[in-house]
Design a protein around this ligand. Structure first.
Ligand SMILES: CC(=O)N[C@@H](CCC[C@H](N)C(=O)O)C(=O)O
Length: 384
């Protein structure tokens, strides 16, 4: 089969958009990716999975005269968001949505792979369709499972993330840190339930949760250098059962962001301090679980990134935009801590933000994205 055409790519993207799956549950997505790849010319392809990570997919394209092995990663999981785009091809999976554009990431990767399946590359290529980017550290799990050993080890690794903040098809990148590192935070507050009319006999965890959340926000404003900055967001709060029963338990789930590992560790330590203070002040139990997993800051390799930027800036058809660091996280940060490489943005221009129920990336971004990456890889393979 020749390289995928625009109509095929749109159809693929729309199909993927309809079958979003949460981290480590991407079975339909995995089967569909495999089926699409099975239609490509198989002459130089080897396809394999990872036993301990069954929804992962790796494809190796053997080069004609390899000097190196180049990795390209696309993440495949979705988010627990109820889609509100009104699209004809909206998610068919209740309360799950490709609200971070991983359907676009997969489609772009398939486009690049289909090109190299029918135009043998000079260097070897490894395509990694990675489960569990949004949570559960799929990149780290794959690395620790030995996915990148022997002939499957890239010498350098590339990956993109889409962004609604850049024009459709534009490539954005920067030297140094592209994305923040993150820590997932779970807090269990344990007090005593009781009748709404008798607070003196209970220990109300709704009130304590409110105090905890407000005090935590002073960490960013009072404990860290404002020039460096960080973010703490609590996206989930569960407490209570009915209006007239005092809640004896509350659970808060959130995420910490910082552009350096030191910043993340500083914020994490302060969260523990505030939790200890809250426990003492309100005579309750506060259990804090902090888990960074694989969400290290995304540090772009100086040489490889300068090379990519230089190419993108001068390539005829690429609209390149130099970007600022972002507080989004990515477990590609973990892979880049093991294998040098570069992460960059693909603009998909939309008024809605990543993770919004109305996020509608522009499909016009797909073809320029594939062209930019394919041309860059061809250029890279000509270099010594
Ligand atoms: C690009 C993007 O949106 N990535 C996610 C990564 C989540 C990391 C981790 N599970 C956390 O919540 O801290 C993001 O939310 O930035």
């Amino acid at each position: 089969m020749p390289a995928l055409k625009e109509a095929d790519l749109i159809q693929i993207r729309r199909h993927l958009h309809q079958i979003p799956e949460l981290a480590l549950q991407e079975t339909q997505t995995h089967a569909y990716l495999k089926a699409v790849i099975a239609q490509f010319d198989q002459t130089n392809l080897t396809v394999r999975g990872i036993d301990s990570l069954p929804t992962a997919l790796l494809v190796r394209v053997a080069g004609s005269d390899p000097k190196r092995t180049i990795g390209y990663r696309a993440d495949i999981d979705a988010l627990p968001v109820t889609e509100a785009t009104g699209l004809a091809f909206a998610s068919k999976h209740e309360n799950v949505m490709h609200a971070c554009g991983h359907d676009i990431h997969m489609t772009v990767a398939l486009g690049v792979l289909s090109y190299f399946a029918s135009h043998q590359p000079k260097d070897n290529l490894i395509f990694f369709f990675q489960p569990a980017e949004e949570s559960e550290n799929g990149g780290k799990l794959a690395y620790e499972a030995g996915a990148f050993e022997g002939q499957w080890r890239p010498d350098e690794f590339y990956g993109l993330h889409d962004t609604p903040d850049l024009p459709a098809g534009a490539i954005g990148c920067r030297m140094g840190t592209l994305f923040a590192g993150t820590t997932e935070v779970n807090v269990d507050l344990i007090g005593k339930s009781g009748h709404a009319a008798y607070p003196q006999n209970a220990n109300d965890m709704v009130v304590v949760a409110a105090q905890f959340i407000n005090q935590i926000q002073t960490i960013i404003s009072r404990s860290i250098d404002p020039i460096q900055s960080g973010v703490i967001t609590f996206g989930k709060l569960d407490a209570g059962t009915i209006r007239n029963v005092i809640a004896g338990k509350a659970r808060i789930e959130g995420t910490v962001r910082g552009l350096t590992q030191t910043m993340i560790e500083t914020i994490d330590e302060r969260i523990k301090d505030v939790a200890a203070g809250i426990a003492r002040s309100y005579n309750c139990k506060v259990d804090v679980e902090l888990n960074q997993g694989g969400y290290l800051p995304v540090e772009n390799d100086p040489k490889l990134t300068a090379n990519l930027i230089q190419f993108m800036q001068h390539a005829d058809k690429v609209n390149f935009i130099e970007t600022e660091p972002a507080m989004t996280g990515e477990d590609f940060g973990y892979l880049l801590s093991k294998i040098h490489g570069t992460m960059f943005w693909l603009g998909v221009q939309d008024d809605s933000q990543l993770h919004a129920a109305t996020f509608t990336p522009r499909e016009e971004a797909i073809e320029p994205g594939i062209d930019a990456i394919t041309s860059f890889l061809n250029y890279r393979m000509q270099q010594a």
